[in-house]
Write a protein that binds this ligand. Structure first.
Ligand SMILES: [Zn+2]
Length: 214
């Protein structure tokens, strides 16, 4: 079982050049949703965000963007930020550099053709990227990692534990990973509403990442 995890400071320093959290003097949290867009989950997330007047950042898998263009366009229409999460959700450690970089470009193309958005935000699937791949993508992109991994995708983790620990390890400026994926469904449907309510009651707001788009 995986528990919600706070990224240790030494790792943030070790893997430099990536965005791990956001420096802010406001009570604000940066929610991110990986692996969508899909009809079973993304509309639920969008409606919940709207109810809290919240903005977030979605890291998309290109093949889902092609499969569900109407949902992708809806996310953009509602004012959220978009990032690239490769076309086929590839693990960088297990993928040759050429194929990996091509797959990222393919995702860019899908996002731009479907929504008109040209994004510079990139998150490597599973957080796994070789140093050589990182070096290749960094000049043109913002590589966005995270400060809080909610582990919502682990169905063996109870929603109560997922919620409690995710709340405990979130600070102002945290970049928080949730998933609008089927794997995360069991936890996300329960945890996300309660998590947002918890921080709303404490006076926090939810912001999209500054759009390093052109
Ligand atoms: Zn992913």
């Amino acid at each position: 079982m995986i528990f919600p995890l706070k990224t240790p400071e030494f790792l943030k320093k070790c893997v430099s050049g990536c965005v791990w959290d956001i420096v802010t003097d406001k009570k604000e949290i940066f929610l991110t949703f990986d692996d969508g867009p899909i009809p079973e989950m993304t509309p639920f997330v969008l409606d919940l965000l709207d109810r809290h007047s919240a903005k977030a950042t979605f890291f998309w898998v290109g093949e889902n963007v092609r499969r569900y263009p109407h949902i992708a366009r809806e996310v953009v229409a509602r004012g959220h930020s978009i990032g690239n999460h490769t076309y086929n959700h590839l693990k960088g450690w297990e993928t040759a550099n050429d194929r990996y970089l091509e797959n990222i470009d393919l995702c860019d193309k899908a996002i731009e053709e479907v929504t008109g958005v040209r994004t510079k935000l990139f998150r490597p699937p599973h957080g796994r990227i070789k140093p050589s791949q990182l070096k290749a993508v960094l000049p043109d992109r913002r590589v966005v990692m995270w400060d809080v991994l909610t582990a919502d995708y682990d169905a063996s983790l109870s929603s109560a534990k997922c919620l409690k620990k995710s709340c405990r390890i979130t600070d102002a400026g945290s970049l928080v990973v949730f998933h609008d994926s089927l794997k995360a469904r069991k936890n996300l449907l329960k945890v996300l509403p309660a998590y947002m309510k918890f921080f709303k009651n404490k006076g926090f707001c939810f912001s999209a990442l500054p759009c390093w788009c052109n």
